[in-house]
Design a protein around this ligand. Structure first.
Ligand code: PGA
Length: 252
């Protein structure tokens, strides 16, 4: 019922030339069947990647955007421009945006609304820091992040939202959450959606896991009933490992 979704977050890696050489080999060896794939390159590579992805093995997404459509916001990118380039997904509230660049729940909430207004899908990233998990505050943190960004979103608009649960302590560290740890949080997120947006929305809603996903742990994470896909950083930069994760997910 929920089509698995696998998203590559290239972060600040790969200029135009490297992006194109990745995409050329990637589309030769990837068979995405019954799986949706999205690649989020840096802004500067979006256009070239979009025009090179000819056989539609993947769609393109952006890693961030501003909440206004235009104006005096030096260095920012409007969701309108992303739509014009053919982007269909936008990552929002990634932990690096929250913790390195100080993005607040209020800004993220405005961004979610701005992205939905353009008819794009918002990938809302949530997750706890290590000390929060150790203090037993995992759900308190995630529940507050969901409340801040989704309380004003109508049940109908939830079809254009995906949540990515990414524990901060698992991102880029090589320490992934075990499938059981991730599943526990995913179940709580689905329960929150059920209680706040209704059973039908919750049942069709996709919740991704991210944080040190690689070709060895991807399949066991994906087997959990409430893990509907993956948001992948490091392992999405290597054609072989990213393709293998997708090809494996296609036959699950
Ligand atoms: P990672 O990054 O797979 O390198 O841990 C995931 C992310 O930040 O989205």
């Amino acid at each position: 019922m929920r089509i698995p979704l696998i998203i590559a977050n290239w972060k600040m890696n790969y200029g135009v030339e490297e992006s194109l050489s990745f995409v050329e080999s990637f589309q030769e060896i990837t068979r995405a069947e019954k799986v949706e794939v999205v690649i989020c390159p840096p802004f500067t590579s979006l256009d070239s990647v979009a025009s090179t992805l000819k056989n539609k093995v993947a769609r393109i997404g952006a890693q961030n955007c501003h909440f206004e459509e235009s104006g005096a916001f030096t260095g920012e990118i409007s969701p309108v421009f992303l739509k014009e380039l053919g982007c269909t997904f936008v990552l929002l509230g990634h932990s690096e945006r929250r913790h390195i660049f100080g993005e607040t729940d209020e800004q993220i909430s405005k961004k979610v609304k701005a992205v939905l207004k353009q008819g794009l899908t918002a990938v809302l990233c949530v997750g706890e820091k290590l000390e929060e998990r150790e203090d037993g505050k995992t759900w308190q943190v995630i529940g507050a992040q969901l409340q801040a960004s989704l309380s004003v979103i109508s049940p109908a608009d939830m079809k254009n939202i995906v949540i990515a649960y990414e524990p901060v302590w698992a991102i880029g560290t090589g320490k992934n959450a075990t499938p059981a740890m991730a599943e526990e949080v995913h179940q709580s997120i689905r329960k929150w959606i059920d209680e706040n947006k209704g059973r039908t929305v919750a049942e069709g809603f996709r919740i991704l896991y991210g944080g040190s996903v690689n070709q060895d742990n991807a399949a066991s994470l994906m087997k959990e009933p409430d893990i509907d896909g993956l948001l992948i950083g490091g392992a999405s930069l290597k054609v072989d490992s990213f393709s293998r994760i997708i090809n494996d997910a296609s036959i699950l």
